[in-house]
Design a protein around this ligand. Structure first.
Ligand code: C2O
Length: 475
């Protein structure tokens, strides 16, 4: 058995044949896990419930545990993937029909959707009806956006990690108006039930966006309790886990993990491959080699030309509100522009007095809706008839919206996103297009919504979301 397992890019494995040994072994192991009873911790259903329980299942210390909008997002999902990978490996160990090398060296592959147009298509084996032996393919699920199962590419802006990879530091304390850092705000145990927190940069894009794009309206990947039932979930998260390593591998002193004991020593409960309870702490997973695996490729994706790197963390002062929209905005698949006035807070006056600018943030607040419409909206500065990537601020998508809009849950106040727009404003200023008294923000879906079916289904097919407020903060 290999000392360090290598996690490979699925599109490279599948280069010549969708059924390379690693992918085929994955399909066979999933079929086996799916045959186990739901109360067996090593079953497919139980593993999904570890992320979030479906209605009617009572959470316990092992289930309903996924960490989101939190600095635990990355380490918790790393642990979750690790124990899942162990379960697949031990399932394969008993399967003589599986290629012996694949069995001995099996590691979870990842889906790197940020390597050109073809990489943005769902890997081929996940779209095949049948396995090579003619039996049903467990990697194909119907509950996905149609265009994804048809092999069309996801939008480039939804899959690009370039902007998120330059965000520093890993974490910031929760504060109004400010983005959460690369890995998420400093929080307690956080299964998405705390007020107004925004995701860390990587959790937003590509993570949340890819969930919604793949799941579409009503598909597995679009909601917490069903996402891990789609076998692509694990390859998506494997890529997110890899991007965490890419960020660290850049070697910038600001690209480092938290060292506070509130992060390193926090305890999470899981089951190992034998179904026995285990406890894991972030300190045990900060290096992938502690877990016996490595990635085959940590290349930094080509950065988009339009943004200068932000290399320093923001100050510790709280940002000041400069202005906000005064009415709700409803999004139903169309583009929408919102204009509001900006005041001149002290920070802006300092800037006008010729002092160096610090930071400007755009917030999209109190986003609510019954369920994820499965669309990603690009957010742009300015009124643009044809959204122009040059003025792209970031994306808003809706993974988890069903949890925070549920009024029976404590703290149901919607999703929130925060983006740094300092450099973009500097550029608009240079172009003579920045008006310090008012700002226009445009939301436009990254791909056209699928044609609405007739009647009642239509409303279900295109659920709307509302945005409570759009705001600009200066720091
Ligand atoms: Cu806890 Cu991508 O999800």
């Amino acid at each position: 058995m290999a000392d360090v397992l290598i996690r490979h890019d699925i599109w490279r494995l599948e280069q010549d044949d969708p059924w390379d040994d690693v992918t085929l072994a994955y399909a066979l192991a999933i079929r086996e896990m799916q045959s186990r009873p739901a109360d067996d911790p090593t079953s497919w259903e139980y593993q999904a419930a570890v992320h979030a329980v479906p209605d009617g299942v009572t959470p316990d210390k092992f289930r309903d545990q996924c960490q989101h909008n939190s600095w635990f997002f990355l380490p918790w999902h790393r642990m979750y993937l690790y124990w899942f990978e162990q379960m697949i490996r031990s399932t394969l160990a008993g399967m003589t029909e599986v290629d012996i090398t694949a069995r001995d060296t099996w590691a979870l592959p990842y889906w790197n959707y940020d390597r050109g147009e073809d990489s943005r298509r769902l890997p081929a084996a996940f779209r095949e009806d049948k396995l090579p032996d003619g039996s049903v393919n467990p990697l194909l699920v119907a509950k996905r956006a149609d265009y994804v199962n048809a092999g069309e590419p996801l939008p480039a802006l939804a899959t690009s990690a370039s902007n998120s990879l330059r965000v520093v530091p890993f974490s910031l304390p929760i504060g109004p108006g400010r983005p959460a850092g690369f890995g998420g705000f400093v929080t307690r145990w956080h299964h998405f039930d705390e007020l107004t927190t925004t995701p860390g940069a990587l959790e937003g894009t590509p993570h949340n966006d890819v969930h919604g794009e793949v799941g579409g309206s009503g598909g597995f990947m679009s909601a917490f309790a069903t996402a891990p039932l789609d076998p692509i979930f694990w390859l998506h998260h494997c890529n997110i886990d890899r991007l965490w390593e890419v960020w660290r591998a850049e070697g910038d002193p600001n690209h480092t993990n938290p060292t506070e004991s509130g992060w390193t020593n926090f305890s999470f409960d899981f089951h190992n491959a034998n179904g026995d309870a285990v406890v894991h702490h972030p300190a045990q997973v900060v290096e992938t080699t502690q877990l016996g695996y490595q990635y085959d490729d940590l290349t930094v994706p080509t950065p988009p030309r339009r943004r200068a790197p932000m290399t320093t963390p923001p100050s510790r002062e709280l940002p000041e509100l400069a202005g906000a929209s005064d009415a709700q905005v409803e999004l139903r698949g169309q583009a929408q522009a919102v204009t509001f006035a900006l005041a001149q807070p002290a920070e802006l006056r300092r800037r006008e007095a010729g002092e160096p600018p610090s930071r400007v943030y755009l917030n999209v607040e109190n986003i609510e809706g019954e369920r994820n419409p499965g669309l990603t909206y690009g957010v742009y500065l300015g009124t643009i008839d044809e959204p122009d990537d040059t003025y792209h601020v970031g994306n808003v998508s809706f993974f988890g919206i069903e949890r925070v809009s549920d009024v029976t849950r404590e703290g149901g106040h919607g999703l929130r996103y925060a983006f740094e727009i300092t450099e973009l404003i500097d550029r608009l200023q240079d172009e003579g297009r920045w008006d310090p008294d008012r700002v226009t923000v445009t939301f436009a879906p990254l791909r056209p919504p699928s044609p609405a079916p007739q009647g009642r289904e239509a409303a279900e097919a295109q659920p709307g979301v509302t945005i409570g407020r759009i705001s600009v903060f200066y720091e």
